[in-house]
Ligand binder design. Structure first.
Ligand SMILES: [Fe+2]
Ligand SMILES: [Fe+2]
Length: 286
C-alpha cells in the first residue's frame, strides 16, 4: 500500500461522530425545539445522560438541590450550554489520541481546538455575523481533526517536513502536503465528509489555512475559523507548529472588517468565555 493509500485507509478507520450528538444538534438547531423530543434522543446514550446530570449538579452551577431527571437538566442548561457540552464531549474523545507526530501533547491540541471554537464564537457575536452559532463552534472545534489521523504518519517524516519549513520555502501545511501527499486540513475535510457534516463545516475544516479556496457561499464560516485559529495561537493556545502557518492574517482582518482596537475587546471576551467553556467541557469529560 502506498503512503497515500495508507492515509486514506486511516481516514476510513476513524470512528463515526456520535449519532446521538448529531441528532441532538439537529433538534437544537430549531429554536422551538421540544424538550421531550430532545430527552428521547439523549436518554439512549447513558454516558451522555450522565455527563449532562454531572454538569448540572456541579459546583459550577451551585444549584441548591440535586437534579436527577434528564428533562429537568435539559431545561436548566438550555440550548447553548447543552450544545457546548455535547459537541465538546464528542470532540474531546476524538482528539484524545496521542499526537506525538506533531510534537505536541494530545492535551495541547485539544486546548487549541477548544480555544479556536471559543474564539470563533466570540468573533461571530462581536461582528454580528449571520452564521449559525452551533455551526461556528463545531467547525472551529474540529478544524484540526485531520491531525489526529496524520500524526501517526508524521512521526516518521517529521524531520523531512521540519526541514522544508525551516528552509523557508513553505508553510507547515504545504510541507505536509509535499512529504505526505496530503495536509491535515484536507484530511480533516475528508473526515467531516465521512461524518456527513453540512458543506459549510466540511469547507471550513478543509480550507482553514486557505479560506480563499472555499466557494463564495461557504467562505464566511471558513474565514471565521481561519482567523479564530490564528488568534487562538496568538493568545497562547497554539500547538507549536501552527504558529508557522498564520499566513494571510492581515487580509482576514480586513475581510472581516476588524481593526486593531476591536482585537482588544475580542481577546478580553475570549478570556471570559474560554474560562466558562473550559469548566463546561472539562466537567463533561468522563
Ligand atoms: Fe490547522
Ligand atoms: Fe489549528
Amino acid at each position: 500500500m502506498s503512503l497515500m493509500e495508507e492515509i486514506i485507509a486511516a481516514v476510513d478507520e476513524m470512528p463515526p461522530f456520535p449519532q446521538v450528538v448529531q441528532r441532538a444538534m439537529q433538534e437544537l438547531a430549531d429554536p422551538a425545539y421540544e424538550v421531550s423530543g430532545l430527552v428521547d434522543i439523549l436518554k439512549v446514550d447513558q454516558a451522555v445522560t450522565a455527563n449532562i446530570l454531572k454538569l448540572c449538579n456541579s459546583a459550577y452551577f451551585g444549584l441548591p438541590r440535586k437534579v436527577s431527571s434528564l428533562k429537568e437538566a435539559v431545561v436548566y442548561l438550555g440550548a447553548d450550554q447543552l450544545r457546548q457540552l455535547l459537541v465538546s464531549g464528542a470532540a474531546s474523545k476524538i482528539y484524545e489520541k496521542p499526537n506525538e507526530g506533531y510534537a505536541v501533547f494530545a492535551d495541547e491540541l485539544w486546548r487549541h481546538a477548544l480555544a479556536t471554537a471559543v474564539m470563533a464564537q466570540v468573533l461571530r457575536r462581536h461582528l454580528r455575523l449571520k452564521l449559525d452559532d452551533n455551526m461556528v463552534f463545531t467547525a472551529a472545534l474540529l478544524h484540526d481533526v485531520g491531525k489526529v489521523v496524520l500524526s501517526a504518519f508524521v512521526i516518521d517524516k517529521y524531520r523531512a517536513i521540519e526541514s522544508l519549513v525551516e528552509g523557508g520555502e513553505c508553510s507547515f501545511q504545504e510541507a505536509e502536503k509535499e512529504v505526505l501527499g496530503f495536509d491535515h486540513a484536507e484530511i480533516g475535510g475528508k473526515i467531516a465528509e465521512k461524518w456527513e457534516f453540512p458543506p459549510e463545516i466540511i469547507a471550513a475544516i478543509a480550507f482553514h489555512h486557505e479560506p480563499s479556496r472555499a466557494s463564495k457561499e461557504l467562505r464566511l464560516l471558513t474565514e471565521v475559523v481561519a482567523l479564530a485559529n490564528n488568534l487562538a495561537v496568538m493568545v497562547g493556545y497554539g500547538t507549536g507548529v501552527d504558529g508557522l502557518a498564520c499566513r494571510g492574517h492581515d487580509l482576514l482582518l480586513k475581510k472581516l472588517n476588524i481593526v486593531e482596537k476591536d482585537l482588544e475587546g475580542i481577546v478580553l471576551l475570549f478570556q471570559i468565555e474560554m474560562e466558562k467553556t473550559c469548566d463546561i467541557a472539562g466537567l463533561g469529560e468522563s
